[in-house]
Design a protein around this ligand. Structure first.
Ligand code: TLP
Length: 350
């Protein structure tokens, strides 16, 4: 079922609440969550923590807020976070950790599989030298958006956690789409965050809730995080109307992500067969398809997206010659077939 008769592949953030979510939102029992008295928020937080195998959860308004609150809670001013150059926290969150928290960051290149090489992490570690900031935190991202929606494995994450903890450093996971990773790898989401000190995951992307993310960690960490959520203006009141949709998201929308992944693969295969477009199929592991527009074609990524919109297909140009298409629950198999055909028609007709 496409939304407003548009095949909107710009992002899985385009998803709207399902009928079951709207019903649950209308019926939600609420209270003042700043007082900890919203029963629906409390239930969502408990469910989220349980899924992650962590002690506690904190409902926040967005993935960006979850990551920011996590970084503010783990770090003090002048501390340093090691993160990927292509990470969302570095590239797309307004530098909030620096702007709000006075926190420094050290960027290292992401590998094509989304990981940070352990050698690179080791080389980025600061010594006790008076001149250096203190390395406090390592940020991972799973799935890794800019590297293609690729899934980081439990084994890799465990290695980073062991490396970090042996040196007194903490690990935060930006798991905006960690349920996509779990479904793609066929593992429980808790295995993907085992040992990590915190994780943020989003309800408002592939899981289709209208708003919200949950930050999870230890009880002590979440107690501090609540204060930082307040600091950034994120203490919401009768937020149960939003959390109610989040509960449905966790109960009903996780398993079905496999469909989105199959649709992304179908779209990627169609694009791969279109002359002048290149897609690395090995990186199409979840619900994202990144592809490149050859310089031999008479238009760039922005123009291809403009033309696709005339065929009711919306995609995002993320570079001069790079495009992203994301599948989600409002995109059917027929939609991706139609999108693939529209893209081919545009390219072939020049
Ligand atoms: N990503 C959005 C855009 O900001 C690019 C998208 O359409 O993909 N972590 C990751 C890995 C993300 O991809 C995003 C959103 C966030 C965090 C931030 O989540 P929100 O938008 O809820 O603040």
């Amino acid at each position: 079922m496409s939304l407003n008769n548009v095949i909107d592949l710009r992002s899985d953030t385009m998803t709207v609440p399902t009928p079951a979510m709207r019903e649950a939102m209308a019926a939600a029992e609420v209270g003042d969550d700043v007082f900890g008295e919203d029963p629906t928020v409390n239930t969502l937080q408990e469910m989220a923590a349980e899924r992650m195998g962590m002690e506690a959860g904190l409902f926040v308004s967005s993935g960006t807020m979850g990551n920011l609150v996590a970084m503010l809670t783990h770090c003090r001013r002048g501390d340093e976070i090691i993160m990927g150059r292509q990470s969302h926290t570095f590239a797309h969150e307004r530098g909030g950790y620096a702007a709000v928290g006075g926190i420094h960051s050290c960027q290292i290149d992401n590998q094509p599989d989304g990981t940070l090489a352990l050698d690179d992490i080791a080389a980025a570690m600061r010594s006790e030298d008076d001149h250096h900031p203190t390395t406090r935190l390592i940020n991972l991202e799973n799935t890794h958006n800019a590297m293609g929606g690729v899934a980081l494995t439990p084994t890799y994450t465990r290695q980073v956690v062991e490396f970090a903890h042996a040196r007194g450093i903490r690990v935060h996971i930006d798991g905006a789409r960690i349920f996509n990773a779990a479904v793609a790898l066929g593992v429980e989401v808790r295995e993907l965050v085992a040992g990590a000190d915190s994780v943020t995951f989003c309800l408002s992307k592939g899981l289709s809730a209208p708003v919200g993310s949950v930050l999870c960690g230890s009880k002590a960490f979440i107690n501090e995080a609540r204060k930082n959520r307040k600091l950034v203006g994120g203490g919401m009141r009768q937020a149960g109307v939003l959390a109610a949709a989040g509960i449905i998201a966790l109960e009903q929308m996780v398993e079905r992500l496999a469909e989105d992944h199959a649709h992304a693969r179908l779209l990627a295969e169609s694009i791969a067969q279109t002359p002048g477009l290149q897609v690395d199929l090995t990186r199409v592991q979840t619900n994202m398809v990144y592809f490149d527009v050859s310089p031999d074609l008479p238009f760039d990524a922005a123009e291809l997206c403009r033309r696709a919109a005339h065929h009711r297909v919306k995609m995002l140009d993320v570079g001069a010659r790079r495009i992203r298409a994301v599948t989600h629950c409002w995109i059917t198999r027929e939609d991706v077939i139609e999108a693939g055909q529209a893209i081919r028609q545009i390219v072939v007709s020049g």
